[in-house]
Design a protein. Structure first.
Lengths: 246, 170
C-alpha cells in the first residue's frame, strides 16, 4: 500500500460513515413505515374477538351490554333482537322485516326495537362478526349507528369473505353515511366497544340464545322472527300491545 | 496502465492535503441525519392522516388521534404533517448538498439552515403551545418531532459558528 492511499482513508471515512448512517436510518424508517401500512391493511390493532369482561354476574353483564334502540322508551311493546352481522338471515331481517316494523309500529310509537349484538364466532364466515359489530358501534359514536347497521348488513357479501379484515371497507361505509372517517378509524383501530359486544353476546348466552336472529317479545322467544310469516309477527306484537305487557 | 494508475494517485495526493486539513462538517451531517429522522416521523403522521396506517402507535390514551383530528392539525388548508414532510425534506436536501465539495464551507448554506430550522422551531413552539393550552393532549410523535427540530437548530447554529470562524481565520 502506498503512503498516498494510507492518507486517503482517514480523509474519506467521516463522509463514508455519514452516508452509511443516513442509509441505515432511511432503511430502518422505511421498513417501519412499510410495516405500519401492512399492519393496517391486515387489520392492525383492531379488536376482532371477544374480550375478558370483569364479572360473570348477569347484572354486571346486563349493565355493560348497552343495546341500540329504535322507537320510544315508553312504547307499549318491546321487541328484543339478538343479531349477527355475518348472519345472512339477520341481513334479511334487517332489510325486509325491520323496515316494515318501522313503518307499522316503531314510527307510530307502538314498538321499540332493542338490538343486541350476538356475534356467532371468530372464524370461518363469522371471522369478522365482532369487527362488524364494533364498526356499527363506532358509527354510533357519531350518531350514525343505524346507518352503519344498514350499510354493513346491506353489503354483507362485500366484506364477509374478505381475505384481510375489512377495516377500509367499513371506513368507506362510514364516509358514505357521513361519519368522520378519522374518528371512526381511531375507534375501529382500537378495542373500543369490544367489551360491549362481548357483554351483549354473553347476555344472550345466559338468556339461552343459540342462533340468530333471535327475537323475543314479552319474554317469549319467537320461533319465526318474521322472516317466513310477517303477519305472524304482527299478530304477536298486536297481542302484546293488547295485554299491555312489555 | 501502471503509469496511468500512478498518475491518478499523484493527482489524488495533490488534492488530499486540503480536504485532510479541513475538519468534516459534523454539525451539518447531524442536521442531515436529524432531518431524515424528522422526515420519517412526519411521513408516518401524514400516512395516518391519509388513513393508510390505521391507528397511530402512540400509547394507550389515543392522545395522538385527539391532536391529529383537531382543527389545529391543518395549517393554511394543508395537513400539518405535510408541512412537516416538506420542511424536513428541504432541510435534508440543503444539508446533504451543503456537504458536497463546492458548498462544504459555504457560509450561505449555514445561514439557510439556521433560518429554515429557526422558522420550523417557531412553528413547532406554536403547535406545542396549542397542545398544552388548547387541546390538552400530548401527541408523542409531535413531541418527538419538536425535539428533532430543536436539535437541528442547535446543529445549524454550531455549523454557522464553525463556518464563520473559519472565514475569519482565512
Amino acid at each position: 500500500m502506498s503512503p498516498q492511499s494510507k492518507r486517503a482513508a482517514p480523509a474519506k471515512s467521516p463522509y463514508r460513515a455519514f452516508y452509511w448512517i443516513l442509509i441505515a436510518v432511511a432503511l430502518v424508517g422505511i421498513g417501519a413505515l412499510v410495516f405500519a401500512v401492512v399492519r393496517a391493511r391486515t387489520g392492525g390493532s383492531a379488536a376482532m374477538a371477544p374480550v375478558k369482561i370483569d364479572s360473570t354476574s348477569l347484572r354486571a353483564i346486563a349493565a355493560k351490554a348497552t343495546p341500540e334502540k329504535l322507537g320510544p322508551d315508553n312504547a307499549p311493546v318491546k321487541l328484543v333482537i339478538f343479531s349477527d352481522y355475518t348472519c345472512p338471515y339477520c341481513g334479511q331481517w334487517a332489510a325486509q322485516v325491520q323496515p316494515r316494523l318501522m313503518q307499522d309500529y316503531v314510527n307510530p310509537g307502538k314498538l321499540q326495537i332493542v338490538y343486541y349484538d350476538f356475534p356467532l364466532g371468530t372464524e370461518g364466515e363469522h371471522k369478522y362478526a365482532y369487527l362488524a359489530a364494533r364498526a356499527a358501534h363506532c358509527g354510533g359514536e357519531q350518531g350514525k349507528y343505524w346507518e352503519m347497521h344498514d350499510y354493513i348488513f346491506g353489503r354483507q357479501s362485500d366484506w364477509m369473505y374478505a381475505l384481510t379484515p375489512p377495516v377500509k371497507t367499513y371506513e368507506q361505509y362510514a364516509r358514505t353515511v357521513g361519519v368522520d372517517p378519522q374518528k371512526f378509524n381511531a375507534c375501529l383501530e382500537s378495542d373500543r366497544y369490544a367489551d360491549v359486544v362481548t357483554a351483549e353476546h354473553e347476555l344472550g348466552v345466559q338468556l339461552g340464545v343459540n342462533a340468530t336472529p333471535t327475537v323475543i317479545i314479552n319474554e317469549r322467544r319467537l320461533s319465526d322472527p318474521g322472516l317466513q310469516d310477517y303477519n305472524g309477527l304482527k299478530q304477536t306484537i298486536e297481542q302484546a300491545a293488547g295485554t299491555g305487557a312489555r | 496502465m501502471t503509469e496511468a494508475r500512478a498518475g491518478a494517485e499523484t493527482e489524488g495526493a495533490s488534492a488530499e492535503p486540503a480536504s485532510a486539513l479541513a475538519p468534516p462538517p459534523l454539525a451539518r451531517m447531524g442536521v442531515a441525519v436529524l432531518a431524515l429522522v424528522g422526515l420519517l416521523i412526519a411521513t408516518y403522521m401524514l400516512l395516518h392522516r391519509l388513513g393508510v396506517v390505521g391507528r397511530l402507535i402512540c400509547g394507550p390514551e389515543g392522545a395522538c388521534e385527539i391532536v391529529q383530528s383537531s382543527k389545529w392539525a391543518t395549517f393554511l388548508s394543508l395537513p400539518v404533517p405535510l408541512v412537516g414532510v416538506l420542511g424536513y425534506l428541504v432541510l435534508l436536501v440543503v444539508a446533504v448538498l451543503g456537504l458536497q465539495p463546492p458548498w462544504a464551507r459555504d457560509r450561505r448554506v449555514s445561514v439557510v439552515l439556521v433560518v429554515l430550522s429557526g422558522i420550523a422551531v417557531a412553528f413547532t413552539a406554536y403547535l406545542t403551545a396549542i397542545e398544552a393550552w388548547v387541546i390538552h393532549a400530548w401527541c408523542r410523535w409531535c413531541l418527538g418531532s419538536a425535539a428533532v427540530i430543536v436539535l437541528i437548530l442547535a446543529c445549524a447554529l454550531v455549523d454557522l459558528v464553525r463556518v464563520s470562524r473559519r472565514e475569519e481565520a482565512l
